[in-house]
Write a protein that binds this ligand. Structure first.
Ligand code: BES
Ligand code: MN
Ligand code: MN
Length: 457
């Protein structure tokens, strides 16, 4: 531990500088305009892996953005850890709300501000630096394989085929991922659940062209009005989702499990204050933490149509659109939920409009068992670096590929993230604590140490 601490202390400025180089490249996977930046970032990750001591480092092409692979096999008899992360980021919009430019990282109040600072360049790069540390100090106790992808933020659609094709190359004992959060810097936690996802786009068409809202208004259905009503009707007065069959496969937690969950500290007033909201809202019968982890949701992510430019234009639009996501919990099946949504959406559409539902990506929910040596190793590592035993906690976000890793590679993942819910990932002014970044670099080598140790027994 002392050796780790002193290596991190000596190199922390360089660790930050190197991360900043990655953060300066706008590797936005959602926008084709950034394709060259995606390649540039993959290349930079490759160079960093080589410099840290990885072998067989290569940029592997897929049907989409490339995957960076690298490995260090110390001894085939030792256990192997497969590190997964992503180098792509979300778009920076709305750009005008950033207090400093999203791709010009700066440190303010001990936090690194930049798109991707936490999700996931900062967290992914902790693994590269921890690997360097283990190489330099001669303490690498497990074999290591890196698989860093560039399409996580757009659904990882090429990663499934990739892992199927490279099953042998990716053979390992466990997958290690830092792309999640801890409860607080003084309340370490390990993520033991992620929600699944179903994402759809809907289109509602009224008249065949935009009409004068005075000449036709009142007699012809306005697709925006209709869409809003349809969306509103998808929750009842208790904020339950009204799609028939939606909850059929939802696993209810036992009283004991919910009591256990409640032991993690949470302050509703601080939560409301931080978000500047007068009150929370959600499904009746569940508290805020449950609503964001063990319960499914339906949310509109964007809605548009008609006139949204300067001033006023009197128009009855022909079309309205919305992007809708549903977060899923065990044992809901993404494809089944998509079909239920589609059928229901079509069934509630009045005859005055036509509707189309276009499915986007999806993913399965995940539960990580705590009775494995990998969980115990993560717990011990965090306990040592934070000075406090971590709490197992389920989270609301999704990393759809985790379920596929289990299905295709037969491997469990350890979700040992170091972010905070308040890091504004996907939002303006995303940031990542310097404390968290360095704490991650300190903790990861301990995971290797304990995983190797526990594997022997
Ligand atoms: N790192 C996040 C997921 C996450 C964040 C999990 C915080 C737990 C806590 C990941 O990059 C992400 O944003 N995933 C997407 C899903 C994807 C299919 C676009 C998400 O959750 O919206
Ligand atoms: Mn992420
Ligand atoms: Mn993300």
């Amino acid at each position: 531990m002392e050796e780790i601490k002193s290596y991190v202390a000596k190199n922390q400025q360089r660790f930050l500088d190197e991360l900043f180089v990655l953060l300066r490249i706008p590797s936005v996977s959602a926008d084709p305009k950034h394709a060259p930046d995606i390649l540039k970032t993959a290349d930079a990750v490759k160079e960093k892996l080589i410099a840290a001591g990885a072998e067989k480092v290569e940029i592997m092409s897929t049907g989409g953005n490339p995957i960076v692979y690298g490995e260090k096999i110390v001894d085939p008899k030792l256990p192997t850890i497969l590190v997964y992360g992503h180098y792509d980021v979300q778009p920076a919009d709305p750009i005008e709300l950033w207090t400093s430019p999203p791709f010009e990282p700066v440190i303010k109040d001990g936090k690194i501000y930049a798109r991707g600072a936490c999700d996931d360049k900062g967290q992914m790069f902790m693994h590269v630096k921890a690997f360097e540390l283990m190489m330099k100090t001669g303490t690498l106790a497990c074999n290591i394989k890196f698989m860093i992808e560039g399409e996580e933020e757009v659904g990882s659609s090429n990663l499934g085929p990739f892992i199927r094709k490279h099953k042998d190359k990716l053979k390992a004992d466990v997958i290690l991922i830092s792309d999640t959060s801890i409860i607080a810097n003084d309340v370490p936690s390990i993520t033991v659940g992620l929600r699944g996802l179903t994402y759809v786009e809907v289109e509602v068409t009224g008249p065949n062209i935009d009409l004068h809202s005075g000449v036709y208004g009142g007699a012809v259905a306005n697709p925006i009005n209709v869409l809003c009503k349809m969306i509103a009707s998808m929750h009842d007065e208790n904020n339950h989702i009204t799609i028939p069959g939606f909850y059929d496969k939802v696993v209810e937690l036992s009283k004991e499990e919910r009591t256990e969950m409640d032991k993690a500290p949470f302050d509703l007033n601080t939560y409301k204050k931080n978000l500047e909201i007068g009150d929370v809202r959600g499904e009746k019968g569940y508290n805020t933490r449950e609503r964001t982890s063990i319960r499914p949701t339906l949310d509109v992510n964007g809605i548009w149509g008609g006139y949204t430019g300067e001033g006023a234009k009197t128009v009855l639009p022909s079309k309205a659109f919305a992007k809708i996501s549903m977060r899923l919990v065990p044992n809901q099946v993404s494809e089944e939920i998509t079909v239920m949504f589609q059928k229901y959406f079509e069934s509630i559409a009045p005859a005055s409009v036509k509707v189309v539902v276009r499915p986007h990506h999806g993913g399965s929910p995940v539960v990580v068992p705590t009775d494995t040596i990998s969980y115990k190793a993560a717990s011990k590592a965090m306990e040592q670096s934070f000075g406090k035993k971590p709490i197992p906690a389920r989270e609301g976000g999704s990393i759809p590929i985790v379920a596929l890793f289990e299905e295709v590679l037969g491997l469990k993942s350890i979700l040992m993230g170091f972010g905070l819910d308040s890091d504004a990932i996907h939002s303006p002014n995303e940031h990542y604590g310097v404390f968290n970044y360095l704490k991650g670099i300190e903790t990861i080598p301990l995971f290797y140490k304990y995983f190797a140790e526990y594997s022997k027994k």
